[in-house]
Design a binder for this molecule. Structure first.
Ligand SMILES: *[C@@H]1O[C@H](CO)[C@@H](O)[C@H](O)[C@H]1NC(C)=O
Ligand SMILES: *[C@@H]1O[C@H](CO)[C@@H](O)[C@H](O)[C@H]1NC(C)=O
Ligand SMILES: *[C@@H]1O[C@H](CO)[C@@H](O)[C@H](O)[C@H]1NC(C)=O
Ligand SMILES: *[C@@H]1O[C@H](CO)[C@@H](O)[C@H](O)[C@H]1NC(C)=O
Length: 196
């Protein structure tokens, strides 16, 4: 059942014209995290910095000039040129991740989709619309940013993006209002050949 689901999802993604592509920033007015871009890197999504990407030399100057992480298909995919595309998933523990190029493999227990638009109301801010996440059974939801020190760095923490899944148990995280989308409209190029 697990592999069937993935096969089906990939089949639907492949070759589909992507209408709405967008970039994302963390939304939490008044927080230092507010406005930081959501970037792909190391099979996860971090706030700020720059995206990890790759383009084969055979593609050469036809490679998109990657400067940002572009999402597609209601946050189920990355806006990439590589055949087969790259899907965005939510791991059982809540960590957002993405499939590697040429692979439909998602971690056991991961789900694809569940992102919804919501309007946030606040006493000191006009209502604004963000993207958040809801679990398939509706029991949990929300987006949090959790600081982690990636392996191989000198100890500088980064904030990775999580959805609040039923099994979510990260500590020391910041609950975001959501993710703010900037829609790019038709004619925008691919975000990358592939993100890595
Ligand atoms: C990327 O930028 C280079 C240098 O400005 C340009 O020659 C190339 O056509 C650009 N590639 C795309 C796909 O726009
Ligand atoms: C959220 O709103 C955008 C812009 O109106 C729309 O393109 C997108 O499909 C919506 N996403 C969902 C999950 O409904
Ligand atoms: C660690 O890396 C960060 C980001 O590259 C840099 O700003 C900082 O100076 C580095 N710290 C040390 C102790 O090397
Ligand atoms: C969080 O869940 C994981 C996986 O079930 C478990 O290994 C870990 O001990 C849990 N951490 C906390 C702080 O409960």
């Amino acid at each position: 059942m697990f592999s069937l689901r993935n096969t089906l999802t990939v089949a639907l993604t492949f070759g589909t014209a992507v209408a709405d592509t967008f970039t994302l920033t963390a939304s939490l007015p008044g927080s230092p995290l507010d406005g930081l871009a959501v970037n792909a890197g190391g099979e996860a999504f971090h706030l700020g910095g720059s995206p990890g990407f790759y383009c084969p030399t055979s593609v050469g100057s036809a490679c998109p000039n990657t400067t940002e992480t572009i999402f597609a298909a209601e946050l189920t995919a990355l806006d990439v040129e590589v055949p087969g595309g790259q899907q965005v998933y939510v791991q059982a523990n809540g960590a957002l991740g993405f499939t590697q190029a040429h692979s439909a493999s998602v971690p056991v227990g991961a789900t694809i989709g569940g992102f919804v638009n919501v309007t946030v109301a606040s006493d000191c801010h006009a209502p604004w619309e963000v993207i958040t996440w809801k679990s398939p059974d509706g029991s949990t939801g929300g987006i949090e940013a959790c600081s982690e020190v990636p392996v191989g760095t000198n100890g500088t923490a980064v904030y990775n993006v999580y959805a609040v899944t039923p099994a979510y148990n990260q500590t020391g995280c910041v609950k975001l209002a959501g993710l703010l989308a900037s829609y790019l409209g038709t004619g925008a190029g691919f975000g990358a050949w592939q993100y890595i």
